[in-house]
Unconditional design. Structure first.
Length: 268
């Protein structure tokens, strides 16, 4: 069987983000996605309309069904939604229910790209602090990095999180619209070990963060080293955005959906 990534994240009915993004990205990376659904959202590709979290007991039961059945190589978490769910996942690591040294990619989702809080930010940030040290890599956007580190400077914030026990931080500047090109920096144990720069494309994208984190998790599952997984994800996500699907072609402000099945080399 393909290596398995167990994902903790929410359902997005539009299919742009959340669990569908996880499944498609991990599949494209060469691995198999297993799912523990943390919440059901009511959202389109453009807007969050509602949100109902799954109980921590239900999420844990889903995870245990997978852990007792499949050989899980990597854990990935996206929108956990509640402090109870964050604490439950923390306990799975702390109590070694999830095997020690299992790679863990943590996308610390606080707010949906299409708008709307997915939980009280202050309490989510406080709960995340206990989970962060178990992560092999965290992939915050600029807002999340600043919230988690209490630092405005992204580089200082990444180093601070590493000082607090985080193994690696992927700094993404796609949400920093004051900059021109999009830059990404990988900090590993407090040192910057990789930098990439890509031109900023027109428009905003629904599900790009989920897709990037999940692709990295998939590449870790097929035994890439962390830096190699991030480099591969840089190239792949650029293709998905270049050939993104356009739900509303007559609205230049509408969000686009990454085309996670694109093969840019064969497109004309």
């Amino acid at each position: 069987m393909r290596p398995v990534v167990l994902c903790f994240s929410g359902l997005d009915p539009s299919g742009g983000a959340g669990l569908q993004a996880d499944i498609e990205a991990i599949g494209q990376a060469g691995a198999h996605a297993a799912i523990a659904c943390t919440a059901v959202t009511v959202q389109s590709s453009q807007q969050v309309l509602g949100f109902e979290p799954c109980s921590s007991e239900l999420v844990r039961a889903q995870a245990m069904a997978v852990l007792n059945d499949l050989s899980v190589q990597v854990i990935k978490s996206g929108m956990l939604g509640t402090t109870d769910n964050i604490k439950m996942l923390t306990r799975l690591f702390a109590n070694k229910v999830i095997k020690k040294n299992t790679p863990f990619v943590l996308d610390p989702v606080l707010v949906a790209n299409s708008g709307g809080s997915l939980g009280d930010e202050a309490t989510l940030v406080a709960a995340f602090k206990a989970l962060l040290p178990y992560a092999t890599l965290i992939t915050p956007n600029t807002h999340e990095l600043r919230a988690l580190s209490a630092e405005q400077d992204l580089h200082i914030g990444a180093k601070k999180l590493c000082d607090e026990g985080v193994n690696a931080v992927l700094v993404k500047t796609s949400h920093d619209f004051t900059s021109g090109d999009i830059e990404q920096y990988l900090y590993l144990r407090g040192e910057m070990v990789h930098k990439s720069t890509v031109p900023r494309l027109d428009g905003e994208f629904h599900g790009s963060g989920c897709s990037l984190a999940s692709y990295i998790a998939g590449r870790l599952a097929v035994n890439d080293e962390l830096i190699d997984a991030v480099k591969a994800a840089d190239k792949w996500i650029a293709q998905t955005l270049t050939y993104a699907d356009v739900p509303h072609p007559n609205d230049p402000k509408a969000q686009l959906i990454p085309n996670r099945f694109v093969n840019a080399t064969s497109r004309t």
